[in-house]
Design a protein around this ligand. Structure first.
Ligand code: ZN
Length: 410
């Protein structure tokens, strides 16, 4: 059977669950030697490998999930480079790109992104899609067709990224109504400087709209070096006032890093209490924020993952932009993201909380059927790399095989 197989591999201990863990070998980097079999696309057996002296030469990961991307603008760097590499430059060049975009261009970029993502090992992606008031909404019908077209290989979720004002317009309300059938997510940007009163009003209306159609919200919030946590504080105020239960994701949440540790932990508790999920985006934050041309700035805020996790917030790590005005590099490759992120943020790959933010939290964020833990009965959705230790994973020329429902993807 083509969708069946068996392999001896190392799996990070926190990424699998096993019925009988007697005789399980776990090395000092938390990699365990196991034998794994699958039939008809599902794992049928997972057992410890007894041979103590022979270490498998593969590491097996569950297929990855991208918690935050922008497939509508990826690969536009060549035409729209942001050579100053700062936030304001990215924003203005993004607007220039917007004047030239049409449905065909967006679909071409999206398909290129999805094909690469599948090849590199992703099983699901949440993508924000630029949305403006004076823009036809034809692109949405095509995007939902694309979602269906790729659904056997990759689950795709869309967030309409627009100014908060959009959700007050007729177009905005119609799109929200459309999303109640197509399961889209309401997006927006809350980055200082902003008018507090006006922002409270706009956020309140957005939350009420989401509540009306039972939708989620995913905000680009506090992607900034000024007014630490200003957007988050306003959001928490609005949620308290309205007292409604709308699932909310805070993407970026960078500037709170500049607060004192106690304040970060206190805000973290409030975020966890409201069940708000956070997506940390270190690549774009490190690239754009506080960019100085003549000095080497290390003050580049990114969501304080460790403090938030300590406050019991569910934090995912995402890649954000790929080869567009916001970020010139990347290739929809989870190993590129991990290779950059781990040394940047001093995250140990042998620790459960690190891998949880890459594999398990994103699965909860996207509400996926499979939590991402390898176990008997789970989908045979793997990325198997030629490696015996983490150093092999984060070196160049990584050889990988991607299995989708038990079949090797070619
Ligand atoms: Zn983004």
């Amino acid at each position: 059977m083509s969708n069946s197989g068996k392999v001896e591999a190392l799996i990070p201990r926190c990424l699998f669950s096993i019925e009988n863990s007697d005789n399980l070998n776990v090395d000092c980097e938390d990699l365990s030697s196991v034998s794994i079999s699958w039939e008809n696309g599902f794992v049928t057996e997972l057992k410890p490998l007894k041979t103590k002296n022979k270490k498998p030469n593969n590491i097996l990961f569950p297929r990855f999930i991208e918690a935050h991307s922008h497939i509508d603008k990826s690969f536009t760097w060549d035409e729209f480079p942001n050579l100053r590499s700062n936030y304001d430059g990215a924003l203005s060049i993004n607007l220039q790109e917007h004047k030239t975009r049409n449905t065909k261009k967006v679909l071409e970029r999206a398909e290129k992104s999805l094909n690469l993502a599948i090849k590199n090992g992703y099983r699901a992606i949440r993508s924000h899609i630029d949305t403006y008031q004076h823009q036809g909404n034809d692109v949405w019908a095509e995007l939902f067709k694309l979602q269906k077209k790729y659904s056997s290989k990759l689950q795709l979720q869309f967030v309409a990224l627009c100014p908060l004002e959009f959700w007050q317009t007729e177009n905005g309300r119609n799109l929200a109504k459309n999303f109640s059938t197509n399961k889209g997510i309401l997006g927006g940007v809350v980055v200082p400087p902003f008018k507090k009163k006006e922002t409270i009003k706009l956020l309140s209306e957005m939350l009420l709209l989401a509540d009306k159609y039972k939708l989620e919200i995913d905000l680009h919030i506090d992607e900034s070096t000024t007014e630490p946590g200003a957007g988050l504080k306003v959001l928490l105020e609005v949620i308290d006032k309205l007292n409604i239960q709308v699932p909310i994701t805070c993407s970026h949440l960078s500037s709170i890093l500049l607060l004192k540790e106690k304040e970060i932990l206190d805000l973290g508790k409030k975020i966890a209490d409201k069940n708000i999920k956070v997506v940390a985006l270190p690549l774009t934050n490190f690239w754009l924020l506080n960019h100085k041309s003549n000095t080497t700035s290390l003050e580049r805020p990114v969501a304080p993952i460790k403090e938030l996790q300590k406050s019991l917030v569910d934090v995912s790590i995402g890649s954000d932009n790929v080869q567009d005005p916001w970020f010139p590099f990347g290739n929809f490759d989870p190993f590129y993201m991990m290779s950059c992120t781990m040394p940047m943020l001093q995250l140990n790959p042998w620790e459960r909380m690190t891998l949880s933010s890459i594999f398990l939290a994103p699965s909860r964020l996207l509400n996926l059927k499979w939590d991402g833990l390898i176990k008997k009965g789970c989908p045979a959705d793997f990325v198997i790399v030629d490696a015996q230790r983490w150093a092999d994973v984060f070196s160049s020329n990584l050889k990988r095989k991607v299995f989708i429902k038990g079949d090797l993807h070619r």
